[in-house]
Design a protein around this ligand. Structure first.
Ligand code: ATP
Ligand code: MG
Length: 242
């Protein structure tokens, strides 16, 4: 009478793969963020023979023309987390996001074998026009800085011997000096037109920024054979430095 319980764990390879399309053992999962990183990475992938499908759908997991490669779409600042913890084998993230992640988490730096030279900009300090920045950053002085990059800003001002009161913001950093919330901001600058439109001036550059390929350290070892040719073609697809 009693039926034996139906096993949910079929030993067959088909059964091991979850219905929602989880990874097969040799699948490579690439984490990208929508926007400029996605747009600028597509041509590099194409040069490496990988074409992303359904890019305009609302799906968060996108297949490619290669059955062993898929793309997951995550928030730009979540790419290091996905890659570090194995939610993705590899990913593309701005150096700003990578170094801020490392500054927050501590621990070993992430593996970043390729500078893709896309989404280039710089991480800079900006202040209101007329603000005496050299006086504000004299040794032992105190400055109020608003930024999304609190880890990198802390390191920067500590290295100068300046006391810094950090104010964490998530957007529209330009408003902080204009409203008296902060003396300075640390933010990304590309053309400088946003600063100019808000009567701010760039006074110091912390870092030149571009997006890098990052690798999960376990995948780098266990999936080495699948990763090596992909990394090599991506390396060749990166335009030579001009
Ligand atoms: P979200 O918009 O979801 O808050 P985000 O602002 O970090 O996230 P993007 O604006 O797509 O996402 O930026 C992603 C990366 O692109 C940044 O981490 C940076 O490396 C680079 N980037 C950001 N702004 C510029 C810019 N104006 N010019 C060139 N590259 C940029
Ligand atoms: Mg943005």
């Amino acid at each position: 009478m009693n039926q034996p319980p139906v096993s949910l764990r079929s030993p067959s390879p088909e059964g091991v793969r979850p219905a929602w399309g989880g990874p097969t053992p040799n699948m490579l999962t690439l984490a990208l963020s929508k926007g400029r990183i996605f747009d600028d990475t597509l041509p590099l992938l194409k040069a490496a023979g990988i074409e992303v499908r359904d890019a305009n759908s609302r799906a968060l997991i996108l297949p490619t023309n290669r059955p062993d490669v898929r793309v997951v779409l995550v928030r730009a600042s979540d790419v290091p987390t996905y890659v570090q913890h194995g939610g993705a084998d590899l990913g593309v993230a701005g150096l700003d996001v990578l170094l801020e992640h490392e500054a927050q988490q501590g621990g070993a730096p992430m593996l970043r074998p390729i500078d893709l030279k896309i989404a280039t900009c710089r991480l800079s300090v900006a202040v209101r026009k007329g603000f005496d920045y050299p006086a504000a950053v004299r040794q032992g002085a105190r400055i109020r800085v608003a930024t999304k990059y609190t880890g990198l800003a802390r390191q920067h001002f500590a290295a100068k011997g300046v006391h810094v009161d950090l104010i964490k913001l998530y957007g529209s950093m330009e408003l902080a000096p204009l409203t008296g919330l902060a003396d300075a901001i640390v933010d990304l600058v590309s053309t400088g037109s946003t600063l100019k439109a808000n009567e701010l001036v760039e006074v110091e550059t912390l870092l030149p920024i571009s997006s890098h390929l990052v690798l999960n350290p376990v995948s780098a070892k266990l999936k080495r054979e699948a990763l090596q040719p992909l990394l090599q073609t991506l390396r060749e697809a990166v335009p030579a430095a001009s």
